[in-house]
Write a protein that binds this ligand. Structure first.
Ligand code: SF4
Length: 108
């Protein structure tokens, strides 16, 4: 195996980790409203409203959100849990979907 093979294998592994077995980004990405927006907006705690306004007008928000939640479900550790707004949801909101708060026990 030469260096090109190793780089290709590494790239392929990364793409599969990101996009599943096909290793290809989903087709809906070509319609993403955020393609025309500074990516920093989506990862800035002081610009959450701005990011969510972009997502609210995005024609593929439902697909984006579903893919993100599915991807996060596949990752087994909280260490990998991404920050920022995706699919109109903050990281905290997505985290609560994956790990809903436990109901408080009734007082005795
Ligand atoms: S919903 Fe938001 S993060 Fe997802 S593709 Fe649309 S603009 Fe981008």
């Amino acid at each position: 195996m030469n260096n090109l093979d190793a780089r290709y294998a590494g790239h392929r592994a990364l793409m599969m980790a990101l996009f599943g077995r096909s290793g290809q980004p989903p087709a809906w990405r070509t319609e993403a409203a955020c393609a025309e927006t500074d990516p920093a907006v989506f990862d800035d705690q002081h610009r959450i409203d701005e990011a969510q306004r972009v997502c609210a007008g995005c024609p593929v928000m439902a697909l984006c959100r579903a893919d993100q939640l599915a991807w996060e479900s596949r990752t087994g550790t909280r260490r990998r849990f991404p920050s920022g707004v995706v699919g109109g949801l903050t990281a905290t909101a997505r985290h609560q979907i994956h790990y809903p708060p436990k109901p408080k026990a009734a007082a005795a």
